[in-house]
Design a protein around this ligand. Structure first.
Ligand code: CP
Length: 326
């Protein structure tokens, strides 16, 4: 097995392989079947930045394959707080684990950690850089949602909105989508929070159509609207984030005005539910196009598939099935 650090290491074929394995994980995620294929294996789940979905779904995915999870959460509760290097931490923890999932506030920190690790390392988010497993679950969700409406990823139109500068999920997802054909991107953000040039270059090189705007607009032919949170933790001061919070909202009224009735609504979550932010309003909760919780559910399937591949057991999952006793 090898590290999963960036979406750049995938191509259309490897994405298809991951998604086919994710499809096979459904009965285990639904608790209709059990497998012990990773019996005896240990996941080191290291989260040096807050997380709900990524941390818990990595752990759940590993448990559902029969493995055990050891967790470290928060910089202050690890020896990094005493000045230990990422390299030393990796050398030590990789002898306690068979695979490591890691989140860190600094761009490139997970790759730095992987240098010292003797077991595969999976990036659960490194600063504003990348969140490759989120991009895979987002793309898996997009494929399923669009298939429901009778079309595929090639030729689709996606609006990405909010903090496109610091939002690592839109960086990874854009790079992944760039591998497909003729995608239209409408990038809606304050000018100061625009998509980085490094990502725009990838889209331009692949010949995709990109529209950049700082108006809360939309597009009546968008297939997907992907909303993001203002990433307050990446700003120099909280006051700076206040300048942008609440300005790029999506609610029922704005959705109905700017989008067609079956535009799929996505958000990596967490959505900031405070009144001054509220970038994705609860008044859309009953809208059948709201895919945010289907995204989160798909995270377990994708992470199960990635563990099965990384640990070389993808073909043995069914062979180690056992009884469900409860
Ligand atoms: N989408 C996502 O990364 O959520 P968490 O921060 O809760 O892991």
């Amino acid at each position: 097995g090898s590290n999963i650090l960036s979406v750049d290491q995938f191509d259309i074929d490897s994405i298809q392989t991951i998604f086919a394995i994710a499809d096979r994980m459904q009965p285990y995620a639904r608790r209709q079947k059990r497998t012990k294929v990773l019996d005896g294996a240990i996941l080191g789940n290291l989260f040096f930045e807050p997380s709900t979905r990524t941390r818990v779904s990595f752990g759940t995915a590993f448990n559902l394959l029969g493995g055990e999870v050891r967790e470290t959460t928060g910089m202050e509760s690890s020896a990094l707080a005493k000045g230990e290097s990422l390299y030393d931490t990796a050398r030590v923890l990789s002898s306690y684990s068979d695979v490591i999932a890691m989140r860190h506030p600094k761009s490139g920190a997970v790759a730095e950690f992987a240098e010292g690790s003797r077991v595969p390392v999976i990036n659960g988010g490194d600063g504003a850089n990348e969140h490759p497993t989120q991009a895979l679950l987002d793309l898996y969700t997009i494929k399923k949602e669009l298939a429901y409406h009778g079309h595929g990823v090639d030729g689709m139109h996606i609006c990405m909105m909010g903090d496109l500068k610091f939002g690592r999920t839109v960086h990874s997802l854009s790079r992944l989508l760039a591998m497909y054909k003729d995608i239209r991107f409408t990038l809606i953000s304050p000018r100061e929070l625009a998509m980085p040039d490094s990502v725009l270059d990838v889209l331009a090189k692949a010949g995709h159509r990109v529209t950049i705007t700082d108006q809360v607009s939309g597009s009546s032919d968008a297939d997907i609207v992907y909303q993001t949170r203002i990433q307050q933790e990446r700003f120099t001061t909280p006051q700076e984030a206040d300048l942008y919070r609440g300005k790029f909202r999506l609610n029922s009224e704005i959705y109905t005005k700017h989008y067609k009735p079956n535009t799929v609504i996505m958000h990596p979550l967490p959505r900031d539910s405070r009144a001054e932010a509220n970038e994705l309003d609860n008044d859309l909760n009953q809208n059948p196009n709201l895919a945010i919780f289907r995204q989160a559910d798909n995270g377990v399937l994708i992470r199960m598939a990635l563990f099965a591949l990384t640990l070389g057991v993808a073909e043995q999952v069914e062979k180690y099935e056992c009884d469900v006793n409860w």
